[in-house]
Design a protein around this ligand. Structure first.
Ligand SMILES: Nc1ncnc2c1ncn2[C@@H]1O[C@H](COP(=O)(O)OP(=O)(O)OP(=O)(O)O)[C@@H](O)[C@H]1O
Length: 329
């Protein structure tokens, strides 16, 4: 049985103003996230993953961004919140973890004080309680000698340790929703696995929902429950993780999976469909946007729509029914 819905994204579109004109970066995206669920959003660079995350956490520069649609978070329509109301939930009910911990940490402030800042803003604990909570959080994210590390500065820690600090800050107020944007990309493989385990532990403890943004399908296989594959600002396929890996349909999903290195790959060469995600200025939203990357397949006529082809398995368009890789023709 599915857990309670935590976040419901309904028909959300986002456009950015470039030289006075608006261009669509996210087009009519709908997604649901439940408690205890990890929803992975995957796709190449430029597919709109970060834009979607930034929209949910309300961090766009609204002078140059148009956001339409609805985002309901625990019963609140968050696109209607004022800046102050959003500041209250960001860092409290919503925690964020970004790719580059060094950029996210202030080099001049001691680790313990940076974690404490989040408690200063969102909790009414006494100084002693905050101090104890900082040590508890450092311990929870697997930092040895919390008292000592709390007094250190970011540059004194390794990349993996700094990412743990970011996670400690993100979870300081026990958020219901954690948004992690490429949280392990900058880390080596062993540390990546530790950080992913840590995120899973934290999730179990708080019954949080996690949106995990990544281009790494290995990471997805490890931790996700549900996967949404994005291309050119749209969801092209969405399914429970087992379905997506065992029965992928959309040519883009199948290309990403083919490009995934496996332990028994015979060659080091990765198969990828040539080309890249077009710039938002070059997207013809009345067409089949992925078709130019697979010119040997008949494209969908007009703009393909997302359809539920089996329970909880959504695929965009019909061209996937005929699609074969070149070496399968
Ligand atoms: N503030 C902005 N102004 C103009 N265009 C933007 C802005 N932010 C993102 N874009 C454009 O929107 C599209 C989606 O970008 P986004 O960063 O969301 O993709 P992504 O899938 O997260 O890629 P990456 O993995 O490289 O972060 C890209 O074409 C990008 O150039």
């Amino acid at each position: 049985m599915k857990e309670e819905t935590l976040l419901s994204i309904n028909g959300v579109s986002v456009a950015f103003k470039i030289n006075g004109e608006f261009y669509t970066a996210i087009d009519d995206v709908s997604l649901e996230l439940h408690r205890d669920e990890v929803l992975a959003i995957v796709g190449e660079s430029g597919s709109g993953k970060s834009t979607l995350a930034t929209t949910v956490i309300g961090l766009h520069n609204m002078n140059a961004t148009q956001v339409t649609g609805e985002i309901n978070f625990q019963g609140k329509e968050i696109l209607e919140l004022s800046e102050d109301e959003f500041n209250d939930i960001r860092g409290d009910e919503m925690g964020m973890i970004f790719q580059d911990p060094l950029a996210a940490l202030n080099p001049l402030i001691r680790i313990g004080d940076q974690i404490k800042e989040s408690l200063d803003v969102h909790s009414d604990m006494t100084e002693d309680q905050k101090q104890a909570r900082v040590h508890e959080l450092l311990d929870q994210v697997g930092i040895p000698h919390p008292e000592r590390v709390a007094k250190q500065f970011p540059h004194q820690l390794s990349g993996g340790m700094r990412q743990r600090i970011i996670i400690a800050i993100a979870i300081a107020n026990k958020p219901q929703l954690i948004i992690a944007d490429e949280p392990t990309t900058a880390l080596d493989v062993t540390i990546q696995a530790q950080i992913l385990d840590l995120l899973k532990d934290i999730q179990r403890e708080n019954h949080a929902g996690i949106i995990l943004i990544t281009h790494d399908l290995g990471v997805v296989a490890e931790v996700a429950d549900t996967v949404a594959v994005m291309y050119a600002g749209e969801i092209v396929e969405q399914a429970p993780v087992e379905t997506l890996f065992n029965n992928p349909k959309h040519p883009y999903t199948r290309s990403l999976l083919r490009a995934m290195p496996t332990i028994d790959s015979e060659s080091d060469e990765l198969y990828v469909v040539e080309g890249a995600v077009p710039s938002i200025k070059d997207m013809d939203r009345n067409s089949d946007l992925f078709a130019p990357r697979i010119p040997w397949t008949k494209p969908d006529v007009g703009h393909p729509v997302l359809k539920e082809i089996a329970p909880n398995h959504y695929v965009r368009g019909e061209s996937w029914r005929e699609f074969k890789f070149k070496d399968e023709l």
